[in-house]
Write a protein that binds this ligand. Structure first.
Ligand code: NOJ
Length: 536
């Protein structure tokens, strides 16, 4: 990889902000852009290179903003376009880049185009910007299921049906229509002109559907994370769209990037999205779905690096986001390799945190770019006991197994104080925070040796040393249960994934560890579920 040009995003640490749950400036219980702006010093001190903001556009919030009614307007619950501009400018002033979410697969049913399509009726050209069809008798036009449960089609009063791979409030655009492509090129430019550094592309693999919208056939039960071959995902035509977008991104100075949320069936197919003339990065969901086990980890790390290197793209690594059970819980649960479709369960909090910290330190040592999800630097656990009455995930209310439990990772961040809302804002918080979160707040962990926040800050600062060691990763022999690799000739990472402590020759100077590593007479003892970085 050393012959590749240096580029900020190739090894960037990118921190996901879920705006409604980060910081609330106006006291309505929902986080907003001014709240984020006020917390920029925190992000600078944490040491991240960029933030990715989940959607803040005008939206009825049927899917927490992933149902966009106007792509060039900020929803009043989050602020204004001027707030967005101010946030981007201020972030740049403190050396943090800003990536925004783009939702091109579907709009909100309140989007003016969809409202026009409904009003104009069957046969109108304005219906062609979405997928409207006649049904088969009383049945929908085909057998496609919605990711959120139920059929992917909803019938309108005039008898036609429209396609929505997600909730009925999220009609899918017809990307064969030139107006759709034009519109999104304009939207890209709108935000690039405002100064954003890139885009996270929602459902990047979904835009193009197979011509004729054929039935899937026998097994129509799926979820987003495991669709395999399908007529609605990862169709070859999608790549031409991204080639066009890349040309636009490249027109702008400062290396603007795009990262694909593409749940393609294999890593090689994911790599197609990051070929040199397409997008820059793609989320590595294979890694996120891997169990905490040496052989499985080695295998997925090798496979990820190989697949991305084959197209000259950096590998990305991530453990948590707003759609999956936080890794403090997930890595302890049964079926820990499954990132969704499982009801999160209570786990031993101490053991969960120990393992999560080790996993995070491992992730930050890997060559490529790391995506962090807000709150993981505080060691926040999944909130598993939210009452149904406060849950807002649309899939929960549609009784879909896949994503119905996404509220538990979206609970607002505790910043300070001893009682909810823990400095999240002056009012309440849109989801209740557990009474046990006082000790997890930023203020409670700030500057405290051994705290999870301190570990993340130290690791991000030390990461520069790791990067300097080079990208070449070589596996090292190690006792059973221990994952060991070097980067270049000057850095080693040792992770004890086993059940008991291991002793081994200390390979050099200990830089950081996720738990208490003891060194005596050149022998290191690494407790279970502990990662350590060594300078050789
Ligand atoms: C993926 C997003 O991450 C998720 O939150 C959303 O529900 C779906 N795409 C639909 O936009």
């Amino acid at each position: 990889m050393s012959d590749l040009p240096p580029a900020w995003w190739r090894d960037a640490v990118i921190y996901q902000i879920y705006p409604r749950s980060f910081a609330d400036a106006n006291g309505d219980g929902i986080g907003d852009l001014p709240g984020i702006r006020s917390r920029l010093p925190y992000l600078r001190d944490l040491g991240v290179d960029a933030v990715w903001l989940s959607p803040f556009y005008l939206s009825p919030q049927a899917d927490a903003g992933y149902d966009v009614a106007d792509y060039r307007t900020v929803d009043p619950i989050f602020g204004t376009v001027e707030d967005a501009r101010g946030l981007v400018d201020d972030a740049h002033d403190v050396g943090v880049r800003v990536i925004v979410d783009l939702v091109p697969n579907h709009s909100s049913d309140q989007h003016v185009w969809f409202q026009q399509a409904l009003a104009e009726g069957p046969g109108s050209p304005l219906r062609e910007r979405y997928h409207f069809r006649d049904g088969r008798g009383d049945l929908p036009p085909n057998d496609w299921p919605s990711i959120f449960g139920g059929p992917a089609w909803t019938q309108v009063p005039d008898g036609q049906w429209y396609l929505h791979l997600f909730a009925p409030e999220q009609p899918d655009f017809n990307w064969d229509h030139p107006a759709v492509a034009d519109e999104f090129r304009t939207i890209l430019r709108f935000w690039l002109d405002l100064g954003v550094d890139g885009f996270r592309i929602d459902v990047a693999h979904g835009l193009v559907k197979e011509a004729g919208l054929p039935d899937i056939g026998a097994d129509t039960s799926w979820h987003l994370l495991d669709v395999g071959e399908s007529p609605c995902f990862d169709r070859p035509g999608v790549h031409e769209i991204y080639r066009g977008w890349r040309r636009i991104l490249d027109e702008y100075p400062g290396e603007r990037i795009a990262v694909a949320e593409a749940w393609a069936p294999t890593l090689a197919r994911v790599a197609d999205y990051v070929r040199p003339d397409e997008l820059h990065q793609a989320f590595n969901f294979s890694y996120m779905s891997t169990a905490w086990q040496v052989e499985a980890q080695r295998e997925v790390i090798d496979a990820s690096l190989a697949a991305m290197h084959a197209v000259g793209a950096p590998t990305t690594w991530t453990l948590s986001n707003h759609d999956v059970v936080r890794h403090t819980n997930r890595l302890m649960q049964e079926n820990q390799g499954e990132v969704a479709g499982r009801r999160p369960t209570e786990v031993d909090a101490e053991a969960g945190l120990r393992r999560a910290r080790a996993a995070s330190l491992l992730l930050l040592a890997l060559p490529g770019s790391a995506y962090l999800y807000q709150g993981e630097e505080l060691g926040l656990p999944e909130v598993v006991d939210l009452p149904a009455s406060v849950r807002q995930d649309p899939a929960f209310h549609r009784a879909a197994g896949q994503d119905g439990y996404r509220d538990g990772c979206r609970v607002p961040i505790p910043w300070s104080g001893t009682a909810a809302p823990y400095g999240f804002g002056p009012g309440s918080s849109w989801l209740p925070q557990p009474s046990s979160w006082a000790s997890l707040s930023v203020a409670a962990q700030d500057g405290v040796p051994g705290s999870t926040l301190t570990m993340y800050r130290d690791a991000l600062a030390l990461r520069r040393k790791v990067l300097a060691a080079g990208d070449a990763l070589t596996w090292q022999d190690a006792p059973g249960g221990v994952l060991a690799f070097e980067r270049g000739a000057s850095f080693r990472c040792l992770v004890n994934m086993g059940d008991g402590p291991v002793t081994l020759d200390a390979p050099g100077e200990l830089l950081i560890a996720s738990g208490p590593v003891a060194i005596e007479n050149g022998i290191a003892t690494i407790p279970p579920d502990t990662a350590s970085w060594w300078s050789l």
